[in-house]
Every structure is written in structure tokens, then in C-alpha cells.
Design a protein around this ligand. Structure first.
Ligand code: S3P
Length: 421
């Protein structure tokens, strides 16, 4: 897939596809509600379709028209799947649904693609076993995993890593436990689960980084859930508009939940010109139009609590840092080693081929020295959607890039290359 250089100002009003995290949750939580739900602007990308197919295999009727109609079966209405559940490339499908299936009175087996089969699952297996479920898995807790559902007890669990997927798995299991469950995060991760379950009537309390969920009898979903645009997808155009001189873009209808906007905070600190307009709440989630003007960026140091707020945006932030003046140091990004690919490795191996800048990873720290000579290169995406899109943006702003595999963008942004054209 050839992405040509684009050396013009980028001036446009655009929209990005629906939020992936919110789309997964809208499906899963509606499936266990006591009513039918219409989801508008659902993300029709491979990851969310993995969730949809797993729920159908568990006996949930879901109709995919212009909107998606989910006929909730209630907390106790799921049925054992006749075949293994295939989570594809999707960590969110696998981890969230494991929490749900840990509480059912049947067993379930998960399989996934080569990337998902290498990602760590101990992080969900350990807490869910403490709650009373049992698992069998390949050595070191990799896929395939079999979940033996059980009557669960509530736990108090201090999470070793900030992970919304792990937190959500435990909270979902906690809905079914005989007493309350508390998870304590080392730093706040995205809170779409807490917001949406609370909107469906679950009792959830938050004190500092501790979140407690109480056992539920029933969930009632709003009749209609509208999903806003994904800030993780918007981030690619935000960075492109920032680095191409003379650009001015508006991205309409983007989710700007504070647990997701770390990328905006860091870019602003680097000198970006980003403005939120028309701020509003939709289905309990903050939404805005984002206006971006090109700007000269300078290198900064960042890390700590902000990282979970921009965990998926580190590759595109690295692209921005490559165009900044000076050095950028991004600490505490070890989790990038266990995403859809080892993203630190991908950044160092591939971005250095293409970019004017230099990229180094030392343990869990990413160091980017901005500037240098522009070049054209052939790069590998490692089958990772966010690496493919980050390389495309970098290629557009340099001398172009040839990607070994562009198809992986279907995981989160199926029309990315049409937009790019
Ligand atoms: C997600 C949480 C994040 C993120 C992933 C989606 C979610 O993973 O990287 O793309 O929807 O909960 P972790 O929670 O494991 O960091």
C-alpha cells in the first residue's frame, strides 16, 4: 500500500468513525439488559464485529441495519455457545467478555488471532479466579482459554497495571457477585464502563482510584445509545493538521471524555493549537467538535498518570514528536509492548526508516529526537492498525511510505485510506 507525500495545507471539516471502546460496551451491556436497545453510529470495524459475533453465539439477537438493534436477554439470559468464541484481534472483546462469562452457569472457550494469542491474560485470570471462577489456558495463560463460570464472591483488588479492560472485566463479574467488589487502579484508565453501567442502573461508587460495584438484579439500558467519534481515530488527523503548515481542520462530534484526552493535553503542552467547540453531553459522555490549526511543536517530557489517558495514541504522539524541535521523552509506556504488536519495537524499527527524526526505546521509556532529513521508505505494520495509520501520517508529511499491509486498519478505522485520499 503506497501512501504518497502530501505537501499541502490540510483544510477540511471531517468526521471520524465511532468510538471503539464505547461501541464494544454498548453491545455487551445492552445484551445483558432487560430491554431492547438501538445503538446509532455503532463502529462497524472488525474488533466490534468480533464482540457482536461472540454475543450472537451466546444467544443474543442482534440486528445490524443502519443502526444496531440489540435484544437484551437480561443478566441471566446468555446461553452456552456451541462453538469456541472467536475474539479475533480484539483484547477488549476477550477481556470484557471473560468477566461476564466468569459468572455464568456454563463454560466458554475463547480463541483469537495470532496477535491476541500472544497477549497476556493472567491479568484477568488472577482476579476472576479470586472471585471464584476457574480457567484452563495454554501455558502461561495464553489463548485458547476455557472459562468455567461459577457463583462469584466480591473481592477487593489492587490492579498492578492501569487497564480499562481488566477493570471492566472485574466490574462486570462484580455485577453477579454475592457482595460488592472494589478495584483500585494505579492511575485512572478510561471510565466508559462505569459511566454506561451506571446509566443502566448499576450501583457504582468511586472514591479516588477505588471503584466499587454492587451486585445487580437487573439492568435497564437507555432505549437509544448514540456513539460519538473516536478520539483515538481523530488523533491521526489532529497530528497531520498540526504538522502540515497552513492547515486548519475541524473534526465534528468527537468523544472528549477526560480519561481519553491525554493526547490533547500533551500536544497543547508541545505548542499545538487545538480548540474544543460546541461541547455537550451525549448519553453521559462528553462530546465536542475539535478545531486544529497547524503549529510549531517543541519537545517535552511526559509520563505517569497521563499515560493511561492516551495509551493508544503514543505511536501518533511519537510521530508528532518527530516533527517537534528538540527532544521528547515519554516515560512509563511499557504497556505498549503488549498491545496489538510490540509498539515500542515497531516505533523504533519502522519510524527510524522513514522519519526525519530518531526514535529510541530504553525499557519503558521512548525518546524522540525531532528533526532531520526527510526520506521515503518501505515499512512493516506488524499487522497493527495504529502502527499502520501512524506510519501513513508520517509518510504523508515526509516523502511517502510503502506499507507491507494496509488492511489491518479495518480493526478500528475501515475507511482510513479513503479518508486519506
Ligand atoms: C481499551 C482499553 C485499553 C486500550 C484498548 C481499548 C478498552 O487497553 O489500549 O485499545 O476499550 O477498554 P488497556 O485497558 O488494556 O490498557
Amino acid at each position: 500500500m503506497l501512501v504518497p507525500n502530501f505537501s499541502q495545507p490540510f483544510v477540511k471539516t471531517l468526521e471520524v468513525p465511532a468510538d471503539k471502546s464505547v461501541s464494544h460496551r454498548a453491545l455487551i451491556f445492552s445484551a445483558i439488559a432487560d430491554n431492547s436497545v438501538r445503538i446509532s453510529n455503532f463502529l462497524r470495524a472488525e474488533d466490534c464485529l468480533s464482540t457482536l459475533n461472540c454475543l450472537k453465539a451466546l444467544g443474543v439477537e442482534i440486528n445490524l441495519a443502519e443502526d444496531v438493534f440489540v435484544h437484551g436477554v437480561g443478566l441471566r439470559g446468555l446461553k452456552k455457545s456451541a462453538a469456541p468464541l472467536n475474539a479475533g484481534n480484539s483484547g477488549t472483546t476477550l477481556r470484557l467478555m471473560s468477566g461476564l462469562l466468569a459468572a455464568q452457569n456454563f463454560d466458554s472457550t475463547f480463541i483469537g488471532d495470532a496477535s491476541l494469542s500472544k497477549r497476556p491474560m493472567s491479568r484477568i485470570i488472577l482476579p476472576l479466579e479470586k472471585m471464584g471462577a476457574t480457567f484452563s489456558a495454554r501455558e502461561n495463560n495464553f489463548l485458547p482459554i476455557k472459562i468455567f463460570g461459577a457463583n462469584l464472591r466480591g473481592i477487593n483488588y489492587e490492579m498492578p497495571v492501569a487497564s480499562a479492560q481488566v477493570k471492566s472485566a472485574i466490574l462486570l463479574a462484580g455485577l453477579y457477585a454475592e457482595n460488592p467488589t472494589t478495584v483500585i487502579e494505579p492511575a485512572p484508565s478510561r471510565d466508559h464502563t462505569e459511566k454506561m453501567l451506571a446509566a443502566m442502573g448499576a450501583r457504582i461508587e468511586k472514591i479516588g482510584n477505588a471503584i466499587t460495584i454492587f451486585p445487580a438484579e437487573k439492568l435497564f439500558a437507555p432505549e437509544k445509545i448514540s456513539v460519538a467519534g473516536d478520539i483515538s481515530s481523530a488523533a491521526f488527523w489532529i497530528v497531520l493538521a498540526t504538522i502540515l503548515d497552513g492547515s486548519e481542520i475541524t473534526i465534528k462530534n468527537v468523544g472528549v471524555n477526560r480519561t481519553r484526552t491525554g493526547i490533547l493535553d500533551v500536544l497543547l503542552k508541545m505548542g499545538a493549537k487545538i480548540f474544543l467547540e460546541n461541547e455537550r453531553l451525549e448519553c453521559g459522555e462528553p462530546v465536542a467538535d475539535i478545531k486544529i490549526f497547524s503549529a510549531k511543536l517543541r519537545g517535552i517530557e511526559t509520563g505517569g498518570e497521563i499515560i493511561p489517558r492516551m495509551i493508544d495514541e503514543i505511536p501518533i504522539l511519537a510521530v508528532a514528536a518527530g516533527f517537534a524541535e528538540g527532544t521528547t521523552i515519554i516515560r512509563d509506556v511499557g504497556e505498549l509492548r503488549v498491545k496489538e504488536s510490540d509498539r515500542l519495537k515497531a516505533i523504533v524499527e519502522e519510524f527510524n526508516k522513514l522519519s526525519p527524526a530518531t526514535f529510541e526505546a530504553q525499557d519503558d521509556i521512548l525518546i524522540i529526537h525531532g528533526g532531520g532529513v526527510k526520506k521515503f521508505a518501505s515499512c512493516k505494520t506488524y499487522g497493527d492498525h495504529r502502527i499502520a495509520m501512524s506510519l501513513s501520517i508520517m509518510g504523508m508529511a515526509t516523502e511517502g511510505v510503502d506499507l507491507d499491509d494496509g488492511a489491518c486498519v479495518k480493526i478500528s478505522y475501515p475507511n482510513f485510506f479513503d479518508m486519506l485520499k
